[in-house]
Design a protein around this ligand. Structure first.
Ligand code: ADP
Ligand code: MG
Ligand code: ZN
Length: 201
């Protein structure tokens, strides 16, 4: 069983995943949470979940393959940061585990994360969350907008509300046209528009 939770930053992906993990934990299932080592945010503060022994614990990415046998339910946060997440979770699901993957589906330049897209297609259950647009207040912010000043040259740049905000598609596009955007960001954005057919020529 494979549940995939996607959406932009601040859409509540981690909160929703933890809510689900807590329920399984309370029902006596062995639950594990996996998150990338680079993610050191204390987001577990979102949760009232108690970490008792082996029932519910938090591991890092490197231990991922060794732990499969020990747990019924495996939550994975920041799925876009794992290089080959789609085949891993498909295999784990076939082995009878319930995988709950929380991941960004796109970069802040609007480029889909390929492995996450794959996972979305093969998911038994797909949940797409939205945030509130910080510009116009729309309920349907589907995009993560990069507002940092440090040039963003790759797909991944770890940061929080200081460098990212949630925007609806319209406000995100407006922002991407801002002349202050870096050259690299503009290039990725233009390429993305072409590749994803988001613009009509
Ligand atoms: P994600 O894992 O998707 O980044 P989290 O579960 O960590 O999301 O955080 C969701 C929380 O972020 C919300 O419950 C809310 O308190 C907060 N938040 C901050 N900015 C926004 C926003 N623009 N829209 C909605 N929630 C926001
Ligand atoms: Mg999160
Ligand atoms: Zn908006």
């Amino acid at each position: 069983m494979m549940t995939v939770i996607v959406g932009p930053m601040f859409s509540g992906k981690t909160t929703e995943m933890l809510r689900r993990l807590e329920r399984y934990s309370l029902a006596g299932k062995d639950v594990v949470l996996i998150r990338p080592k680079v993610d050191t945010r204390p987001y577990l503060a979102h949760s009232k979940m108690e970490f008792d022994g082996d029932r519910l614990c938090c591991k890092d990415l490197n231990q991922m393959l060794d732990i499969l046998d020990h747990y019924h339910v495996i939550g994975i946060d920041e799925g876009q940061m794992f290089p080959a997440i789609a085949p891993y979770i498909t295999e784990a699901s076939l082995a009878g585990k319930h995988i709950i993957l929380s991941a960004l589906n796109m970069t802040s330049e609007g480029k889909p994360f390929e492995q996450v897209s794959m996972a979305m297609h093969y998911a038994d259950e797909l949940i797409k969350l939205t945030a509130v647009c910080t510009v116009c207040g729309s309920e349907y912010a589907t995009m993560s907008y990069y507002k940092g000043t440090q040039a963003k040259t790759g797909d991944l740049l770890v940061g929080g509300p200081d460098v990212y905000e949630a925007r609806c598609f319209r406000c995100w596009q407006e922002g991407m046209k801002n002349p202050k955007k870096t050259k690299d960001e503009k290039i990725i954005f233009e390429e993305t528009l072409k590749e994803t057919a988001l613009s009509v020529e």
